[in-house]
Design a binder for this molecule. Structure first.
Ligand SMILES: C[S@@+](CC[C@H](N)C(=O)[O-])C[C@H]1O[C@@H](n2cnc3c(N)ncnc32)[C@H](O)[C@@H]1O
Length: 345
């Protein structure tokens, strides 16, 4: 597989070569996205951006799904969306349930900013286990309608269970690709479309914003959130994770993450180019307290699980012990900054 070193004014890149790690971009030569780890990959790059240190493991390849890239990777590089849905499917059992609240508060703030009212119709794209779907359904009440959509079957099942648990007959959840929402919901138009913490998992966020905006009624609102920054404590934690797990895995601490949406103007531009107006962006910082004994479960419960999965199952208990022993007893408080954008059709 052809790959090349990245260069970008906003990133300092340090390259290391390893077997068994990887990722994906949409077009040769551009830093476009990281979708996960795949055995059989060729290179690994580490990028430092702003205050957040993130490991990126990249192959500059043809678009995901391109038969040439699949063949070149010995069949290991599967379609990026399939890969993402697999990671979230396996994470769905513990997602946001390991005693480290983050997605819940972030989603509540998204719904507050989107401000659904009684009777509104809401689409929650990439609804996960229902962190924003549930409060949105409560806000629209029995005369409204909320449709959740997620690519991971486990997430859909978990969201359906939450809908039942809260007795929300106005809510429903569908398995599917948010980029195909128009086909899945023919003729439906919404007062509000939510895209919470999911745009960076899509191969083409602009196309996704355009298609989600296309599902709005005239005057309807799109509201999205993205993690854009964290405090040095997170970089320190991920550094320790990487160090402790290095003997066991090739990519501990790395996350499937789309980085091109982190800059201050990028969300605004994305929404403008997506056909929205009256765009408002705001950054909100959440303090996330995490104990040493929670770190493994926390990584395992969302996208970063991909890197732990590269540890052979027979070594995971040992790796977990090594990780816990290497972390400060007091744990960490991570200050994670989420950018919210809202815009109107
Ligand atoms: C970080 S989670 C966020 C979930 C939820 N919005 C929340 O705030 O808790 C990202 C979610 O996006 C979903 N996802 C990723 N790509 C998707 C796609 N193309 N269409 C629909 N859902 C997708 C994943 O399965 C996952 O549930």
């Amino acid at each position: 597989m052809a790959y090349q070193k990245l260069s970008s004014p906003s990133m300092r890149i340090e390259e290391r070569t390893l077997p068994g790690a990887v990722i994906v971009t949409r077009s040769p030569g551009a830093v476009e996205g990281v979708m996960g780890e795949v055995p059989g990959a060729l290179c690994r790059l580490r990028a430092f951006r702003g205050r957040l240190t993130l490991e990126l493991i990249l192959i500059i390849a043809p678009p995901p799904g391109d038969p040439a890239s699949l063949a070149d990777c010995g069949g290991n590089l599967m379609n990026a969306k399939e890969y993402m849905s697999g990671v979230f499917d396996r994470a769905s059992g513990t997602y946001e349930r390991v005693g480290v609240p983050f997605f819940g508060p972030v989603a509540a703030e998204l719904v507050r900013r989107a401000a659904p009212g009684p009777g509104d119709h809401v689409l929650d794209a990439g609804c996960g286990t229902g962190a924003s779907l549930v409060p949105a359904a409560q806000a629209v009440g029995p005369t409204g309608r909320v449709v959740g959509l997620d690519l991971a079957p486990g997430m859909v099942a978990a969201a359906a269970a939450e809908i039942d648990r809260h007795g929300l007959s106005q809510a429903t959840v569908l398995l599917g690709d948010a980029e195909q929402a128009e086909e899945l919901l023919p003729g439906e138009r919404f007062d509000i479309v939510l895209a919470g913490m999911m745009l960076y998992f899509l191969p083409d966020p602009l196309a996704a914003v355009r298609s989600l905006a296309g599902l709005l009624k005239p005057g309807g609102r799109l509201a999205a959130s993205l993690l854009v920054r964290s405090s040095p404590a997170e970089a320190e934690l991920l550094g320790l994770v990487e160090q402790a797990l290095r003997p066991y895995t090739s990519g501990a601490g790395s996350a499937p993450f789309q980085h091109t949406l982190g800059g201050p103007e990028e969300m605004t531009r994305l929404f403008e180019e997506g056909g929205l107006s009256g765009i408002a962006c705001a950054d909100v910082t959440f303090d996330v307290a995490i104990g040493a004994e929670q770190v493994w479960d926390w990584l395992w419960s969302a996208a970063r699980r991909a890197s732990l999965e590269s540890i052979p199952e027979s070594l995971r208990a040992e790796a977990r012990e090594a990780l816990e022993a290497s972390l400060p007893r007091d744990g960490f408080v991570l200050e994670r900054t989420v950018r919210y954008a809202t815009g109107q059709l």
